[in-house]
Design a protein around this ligand. Sequence first.
Ligand code: ADP
Length: 629
Amino acid sequence: MTSPTFMRLTPRLQRSLQSLLSQEPAAQLIRSTARQQWRLIVLNLGSSLVEAFTEGATLAVVFLAVQVLSAPAGTPFNWASNPILSRLPAAANWLNGLPATGVFASLLALAVLLQALQSLTRFLILVSVGCFAARCRALVTALIHSQVLSFSFPCASGYKVGDLTDYAGQGPEAIRLQIEMGSQLLVGVLLIATYLSVLVGISPWLLLAVLVMGGLITMLQKQLLPRIRAGSEAVSQAQVAISSRITEDFQGLRLLHSSGQLDGADQHLRSRMGELERQLRGQVRRLAVVGPFSSFLPILAIAVIAGLSLLLLGGRSTGVLPSLVTFVLALQRLNVRLSGVASNVNQLADNSGRLARLNQLLSPAGKQFRRQGGIPFRQLQLQIRFEGVGLRYAPELLPSLSDISFTMPKGQMLALVGPSGAGKSSIADLLTGLYAPTAGEIWIDDTPLEQLELSSWQQRLGVVSQDTFLFNATIAENIAFGTPGAKLAQIQAACQAAQAAGFIESLPQSYDTLVGERGYRLSGGQRQRLSLARAILRDPELLILDEATSALDSQSERLVQEAIERFEHNHTVLVIAHRLSTIVRADQILVLEAGRVVQRGSHSSLLAEGGLYQQLWQQQSQTTHQAHA
Ligand code: ADP
């Protein structure tokens, strides 16, 4: 029936409409795309209206056809007095001149034409909504991508990679569903309006009677269904209690025997069984009502409608049958549409979770964004200077770096050493601009780093870290990443310098070998040499080597070390090293402990000074010694 579905619909419908009209980023994106793609929207709206119109016209044709078929043979028609054709005198005159079979054939042709038109409108609706959704999907994917890339590094790294890829996959899907469901909802609502106007046109009283009947049925269902649910819960609880009691009794036979409780246990079970039986009987009665009730209701409804129609439509010149058939047909189609709209609304409601996640990602609230603009960086003139720099990763955490001050003259090599967690990588992260100091200042010549245009500074850095990320691309493309327009000869030279040329040339497709997740698997040492080649190719102003030789065997380490040494001559280099042997020649060594500089100087002066550096050096000499022994 119509009204039960309708009553379940309204609160969710309201929520769905709100989600379509809200100020959230996803809804705004759909609306602004709709403004750009207005032709598609006009096509969609126009086609939806035409579909509703053809549906109404089809019902009118059904009405006329039934009138022709139900009239006794030979009855002359005056079509001008027909309730539908009285508004179309030209058509009425034309039909007056035709025999009944001719009228029927014309109506049949018209019905076919209307259905063809409806098929066309459905095609146009699908195409327009599909094209619009495709456009929005493309836009939202690009928006998600640029939104994530515009986050500051700390903000972006606060998300799990899986969550971000999930956003990128689910977001466009949520938008597609929203648009398609929105369009289906529109068509559904227009059709419902058409059916309602046909039903009201035939007889508002009959419609009212149907609605009242629907309301009564809903009320009955509301009475019955919760009772059935509660009854079945009570029965299953009682069954569980009884079966566990039986198990207990059988397991505890020894106790029941020895304590003389056998009769008591039997009595207890009998009384429980009596209770269960009562509940089962009640439930059987309630369930027995449902089947006959559901099969009887449609018959009752049809009987009521037919009976009422005799009463309400009996006096019509067209007779009862055309109105009754059209009424029942429209009612049945209305019911189908209401179910369709209800399912659209449910899908929109289901989609609202995904949409909320998308909105949460796209909205600027609670996000930090990458710094834009600033003074473009060109070249390091004199030095990089840390002045009382401190870093707290979060206000509630202890500082990871405190009062760090040092100067790194251009062309020199500065090494950071210290136990794990001392803050070495944090200094590198500050220099690369991934994090901003929470105290003090980093100076690049005479400009604070925070005033430089971040991307222009980062483009002039070469970073080789422990984990080298390789894209799914060729070796040459991976090395040239960040150096657009690099020639193959330059790439080869960089690989030569990074001691990578040898292994690359031995690969089946040499520099064209595909690497990355879906390509050739490189060893840790090979990846690191690629990363070094990538950095060398950029000819950076500052090279940051973070445990760069950690993944190498001792022979490749020596080769890479030589490469780095050659590169270091005329470059500024920051090295983070666990193996102190690699930084013996550094111009300056900072020894860090718990986020503070505890010693500084050259290798020889630090060794002579004693303290943490000497301890670390001795520990490592011993380990190397043992390894060689
Ligand atoms: P090192 O490179 O010397 O091993 P790090 O610079 O990686 O040390 O870490 C210094 C301290 O900062 C450590 O206590 C570490 O737990 C903390 N830390 C590093 N990165 C983060 C981060 N992203 N968020 C919170 N704490 C961090």
